[in-house]
Design a protein around this ligand. Structure first.
Ligand SMILES: C[S@@+](CC[C@H](N)C(=O)[O-])C[C@H]1O[C@@H](n2cnc3c(N)ncnc32)[C@H](O)[C@@H]1O
Length: 224
C-alpha cells in the first residue's frame, strides 16, 4: 500500500506525451500544467471540446477526483470510435459525438461547469457560438481554458512546423513569430471585449516551441 508522500497521484502517463513535435494533442508540458491546475481546484464538472485521440481527456481523468465528471465532444469518426472503445473503463467519462456548437445543457445533465477546455474547431465564429451556449452554465468561479493561443518562435521549429506553415492557415506576425491558430487568439480578444467581467492569463513563451493556452475567469474581489 502507498501512503503519505509516496502515494501515487496518477502522473505516470505524462512522460509518454510528446513535447517538441506534438501537433494535434496538447504538449507534454501543457498537460503537466493542466494536470496541476485540475489537481489544485478539483472541479466537479469538466467539459472538453476536442477529444481527438484522448490525450487531454486522459490527463483530465487522471487528475480529477472520483466524484467528478468529464464530458468530451468531438465530431470525427475516428475520435468517436476511440472514445467508445478506449475510454469505456472510466464511469466518470461521457463522450458526446456532436459539434461544440450544438452544446446543450441537457448533455451535461444541467449541471454547472467548473472547467471548460476549448481545443476543437479553432475557428472564431464556431467558438463564439459555443461560448454563447455555455456561458449560462459556467459556475460563478468557473474557469475557461483555451488551447493554441500562443505563438511559435521560428528558432524552435522542427520539420513538422515548417510543413504546417506551408500547408495550414496560420499567419506570420513578423519574421520570427507564427500564429498557428489565429482563430483562438481572436477568440480570446472577443471574450475580453464582449465580456468585460472576465480576465485572462496566458501560458505563452518564446523560449521553447509552445502551442500555449490561456485561462479565463470572472473578475472578483477577494477582500469583500
Ligand atoms: C486539436 S484536436 C484535440 C486534441 C485533444 N484536445 C488533445 O489534446 O488530445 C481537435 C479535435 O477537435 C475536433 N473538432 C473539430 N471541429 C469540431 C467541432 N465543431 N466540434 C467538436 N469537435 C470538433 C476534431 O475532430 C479533433 O479531433
Amino acid at each position: 500500500m502507498c501512503l503519505g508522500r509516496t502515494q501515487r497521484i496518477g502522473m505516470s502517463h505524462l512522460p509518454s506525451y510528446r513535447e517538441d513535435d506534438a501537433i494535434g494533442p496538447l504538449q507534454r508540458d501543457e498537460a503537466i500544467a493542466l494536470f496541476g491546475i485540475i489537481r489544485t481546484i478539483r472541479p466537479k464538472v469538466v467539459v472538453e471540446f476536442g477529444f481527438f485521440h484522448g490525450h487531454s481527456a486522459f490527463n483530465f481523468l487522471q487528475a480529477l477526483p472520483g466524484d467528478s465528471r468529464l464530458y468530451s465532444y468531438d465530431i470525427d469518426a475516428e475520435s468517436i470510435k476511440r472514445a467508445k472503445t478506449e475510454f469505456n473503463f472510466d464511469q466518470r467519462f461521457a463522450f458526446i459525438g456532436k459539434s461544440q456548437t450544438d452544446f446543450d445543457p441537457g448533455d451535461i445533465e444541467n449541471q454547472a461547469i467548473d472547467f471548460v477546455f476549448f481545443d476543437a474547431a479553432h475557428e472564431l465564429e464556431l467558438n463564439i457560438q459555443t461560448f454563447q451556449r455555455i456561458i449560462a452554465c459556467l459556475a460563478p468561479e468557473g474557469m475557461i481554458a483555451i488551447h493554441d493561443t500562443g505563438l511559435w518562435h521560428r528558432s524552435h521549429f522542427a520539420p513538422i512546423h515548417e510543413t504546417f506553415t506551408r500547408e495550414c492557415r496560420g499567419e506570420w506576425k513578423d519574421e520570427d513569430f507564427y500564429a498557428h491558430q489565429p482563430g483562438e487568439r481572436a477568440f480570446i480578444d472577443w471574450i475580453l471585449l464582449e465580456y468585460q467581467d472576465f480576465s485572462a492569463i496566458h501560458f505563452h513563451t518564446p523560449r521553447t516551441l509552445r502551442h500555449g493556452f490561456s485561462l479565463l475567469q470572472r473578475k472578483r474581489s477577494l477582500a469583500s
